[in-house]
Design a protein around this ligand. Sequence first.
Ligand code: FE2
Length: 248
Amino acid sequence: MKRNKPLQQVYELYTPEDFKVWDALFNRQMRYLHQYGAALYLDAVRRIGFNAAAIPDFGKTTERLYRATGWQLTVVPELVPQDDFFTLLSQRIFPATCWLRTMEELDYLEEPDMFHDVFGHVPLLMDDAYAGFMEGIGKLALQWLNMPHAIALLGRIYWFTIEFGLIKERGDPRIFGAGIVSSLSETLNSKSALVTKEDFDLDKMMQTEYRTDILQDKYFIMESTEQLYKSLSGIEKALYAATEYVGI
Ligand SMILES: [Fe+2]
C-alpha cells in the first residue's frame, strides 16, 4: 500500500478519517486495558494527556515527557536502522512515526504506525525507572553494536520486556508491553489459557527465541519497573559473558 510517511508532524494535515481511526483504536484498547492493563500504564496515559478525541501532538507530548523524565520524541517515517535507534535511546529520544493506519487496517498492520509507537511506547516513558531502563538499553547496545550475537540477546530482552512484558500488580500479571497494549489480538492472546507466563529471568529471556509474525506464546512477568532498571547491570554482565564465550 502506498502510504504517506511524513518526516515531521503537521497537525493540520490529519484527516477526519485519521481522527476516527485514533478514536476507534483508543477506545477499543482502553476497554480492555481498564480490565487487564497495568495501573502504571493507565496512570501514565492520563498524565501524558492522551485521549480518544485527539491524536497526540508531538510537541505537547514532548513537553510533558521532558518535564517528567527528560525524554523527547522525534518523528521518523518508519522503523529506523538499529544503530540510529539505539543512539537515540541513549540520548533519551524516542523515535516514533506520526502516520496512522486506515480504518480497513485496524486489526492488521505490517509495520508500526503511530498507534503502536505513541500509544504503545510513549506513556511509560513518564515512569522514572522505565525511562532509565530504556536509556540504559540504548547505551549498552552502543557498546556491543559490532557484535550481532550480543545485539540479538539484547533484542530478546527488549522484546520480552518493552514490547511484550507483563508486570505484577497486587499479585496479578497485568498488560504492560507496547506490543500488547497497542494490539487487540495480543491483548486477548495474553489472557488465553494456552500461553505460558514465566517470572522475569534474564537468562531465560536471552535463551528464548521469538517470532515477530505470530501471536506470542510466552510472556515474562516483571515485578516492577525498578526491577527492570536494576537488571541493567545483570544484562551487561551477561553480554560480557556471552561475547567472551563465542570468542569475539
Ligand atoms: Fe515497538
